[in-house]
Design a protein around this ligand. Structure first.
Ligand SMILES: O=C(O)c1ccccc1N[C@@H]1O[C@H](COP(=O)(O)O)[C@@H](O)[C@H]1O
Length: 209
């Protein structure tokens, strides 16, 4: 079963709609320059609104460790997502499970990345776009992903209801992650697109089983 994370949630109704449609995780963006950025109080409300068994992921980009600790003290995050140039030592200092995002472009050695971030729960593979850390809606060449990565792969970068089935069929990731591809506007999810995205993942899973 391919898990689904819906990232960049800013409204309780969007969190509930994602959970209702079967999302396994939601992502809260603690990166001030993102149009999907949430404050600590808002994030606490979003996390509290979720039903059980939906994972709450906190996304950070090269954040001050004191800020990450402040978020952790106020918001019950299940998993941390580090989406910048963080080192393994930085990522492990919080004593929490984490995902390490790698922005993929030609020449990147993902086997080396997996060895470097062996303490991560998974590698989250996103498209490299110069000057923007993520949430770009850009895809990358899925052929750059080795078949024998020793960590689970969470595929992201420009996924949407129209391409996610092809992505799952090609990459066979542990999970897929989407932000802009299911939005009505930046930070506002489109419930119909979220439903279509998750249904496409379920459909291709059945077809591949
Ligand atoms: O969503 C954001 O605004 C964001 C900002 C900074 C870093 C990462 C961000 N989102 C993550 O980017 C990828 C791909 O997003 P998209 O589907 O292409 O829009 C995804 O992992 C989001 O979690």
């Amino acid at each position: 079963m391919t898990r689904v994370k819906i990232c960049g949630i800013t409204r309780v109704e969007d969190a509930l709609a994602a959970a209702r449609e079967g999302a396994h995780a939601i992502g809260l963006v603690f990166y001030e320059r993102s149009p999907r950025h949430v404050g600590i109080a808002q994030a606490a409300q979003l996390a509290a609104a979720l039903p059980p068994f939906v994972t709450t992921v906190g996304l950070f980009v090269d954040a001050d460790p004191a800020f990450v600790r402040a978020v952790l003290a106020a918001v019950p995050l299940d998993l941390l997502q580090f989406h910048g140039d963080e080192t393994p030592e930085y990522c492990t200092q919080f004593g929490r499970p984490y995902l390490k995002a790698i922005r993929v472009k030609a020449g990147v050695d993902l086997l080396q990345c997996a060895a470097r971030f062996s303490t991560a729960k998974a590698l989250l593979l996103d498209a490299y776009v110069a000057g923007v850390p993520g949430g770009t809606g850009a895809t990358f060449d899925w052929g750059l992903i080795p078949r024998n990565l020793p960590l689970p792969v969470i595929l992201s970068g420009g996924l949407d209801p129209d391409n996610v089935a092809a992505a799952v069929e090609r990459v066979r990731p542990y999970a897929v992650d989407v932000s802009s591809g299911v939005e009505a506007a930046k930070g506002i999810k489109d419930a119909a697109k979220v439903a279509a995205f998750i249904n496409e993942v379920k459909r291709i899973d059945v077809q591949l089983s």
